[in-house]
Design a protein around this ligand. Sequence first.
Ligand code: FAD
Length: 450
Amino acid sequence: MTVHLADPALPGAGAVWRPDQSRHLLMNTVASQITLYTDASSRIDGPVEPGPALHEWARGVAAAGEGSGEEAWVLAEARRLGPDAYPTRAFYGRYLHDCFRRVVAGAPAHVTVRVHRSRAVALTDAHGTAGGPQTLQLADGTRLDGLDAVVLALGHVPARPTAAEARTAGLARLHGLAHFAPANPADADLSGVAPGSTVLLRGLGLNFFDYMALFTTGRGGMFRRTGDGRLVYRSSGREPRLCAFSRRGVPYHARGENQKGPSGRYLPRLLTPARIAALRARGPVSFTADLWPLIAAEVEGVYYGTLLTALGRDAERAEFTARYLAAGASGEREELLDTYGVPAGRRWDWERIAAPYKGRDFTGRDAFRRWLLDRLRADVRAGARGQCGRAAEGRPRRAARPAQRGPVRGRPRRARRRLPPRRAGALVHAAQTPSCPSARRPAGSRRWPP
Ligand SMILES: Cc1cc2nc3c(=O)[nH]c(=O)nc-3n(C[C@H](O)[C@H](O)[C@H](O)COP(=O)(O)OP(=O)(O)OC[C@H]3O[C@@H](n4cnc5c(N)ncnc54)[C@H](O)[C@@H]3O)c2cc1C
């Protein structure tokens, strides 16, 4: 059996994790929680194939030193990478490539793997009939004939601009501005963005942090720790001026320091696999009507449970949480909160999560800026104290966050702040890569809150 692998990028790593990208771009998962291998806990049809998790692999590389055959930067990162640190994407790419090599090396004798570092450009039925062998054409001219099976595992592919994006690009051209359409920041050529020019960054999600890193530390800026432990940014003078905005106007919360080890995670009590299977069996599933109430109750349950512990009432936690999750509607839950004496000021408020500036009046930009910076500092301090256990008990909101991944999105807010002057250098879409399926709202779906 011959397996042909066609990908212009390094095999294993692929385009997203290619090791030759900027090392200012990080993964969003800590090193100890990443593995490509399986163990006894894996429920899979195929055989269990143990192997090193990313952090173990890094330790192995560090121990082997030069003998590992890895480049100096890989060795350096392997040596400093802690289990709860966020690796660079480039480093993860080296791990993935190593996994690929192990898989190929361990393949049975009847399997030959051939790598083609080229893009697939056409796929046809070899004899013009479906179900028979197929032919794949690669950009480098290679033709792979007589293929019995073809697996397309293309990942995020570039998307055509939407009408709104095309209009924005057109306007930018008209005004002589650079415009970067939504894309993986690692692929964007930012070399034309001059130091001191103004860059408008649209979106404050993951890609925003990529662009911020590329424009700051990626341009020679450095963080130095002061005597009182604070980090202070020292500019290289090559940075552009960043103006960032989003619908909510505030970045997402900082992640709490990992206190869950390599495998600890919140296990849903309402949105369980069984419940999901039952919903699927019933028919079309509505996020708003079917899923959201379960997710919301789950998050609130963790919050109130942690709050009780923080208030020294840990003994009541298990019973409260069970009753809270079992309660059918918000009215019943409010009654339960009254019964347990949860003060009004400490009740979970989704509106406040979506719009943390709710109910505040800002006298001007400076007032908003001060509020935002205070909030970010407090958020970072809380994140540094962790996400669970005693450290998080004083901050039940953070403890609830792992139960909250994903579905909570802010209310749409229009950025009301003025755009920078016309000499602005570039408009960069830092919003999630559009080709990522999760970035496209399914037709008919609604924003939260409904
Ligand atoms: C900017 C960015 C950051 C991300 N960060 C994280 C993160 O921190 N943590 C996380 O868990 N996930 C992250 N992801 C999600 C990530 O895409 C997935 O974790 C994972 O890479 C998906 O694996 P995949 O094999 O499906 O696709 P990919 O890893 O995208 O691999 C698809 C491969 O197909 C190749 N390809 C596409 N078209 C062709 C063609 N015509 N011919 C030949 N080859 C082709 C591409 O070159 C690519 O190498 C991120 C994604 C992006 C875009």
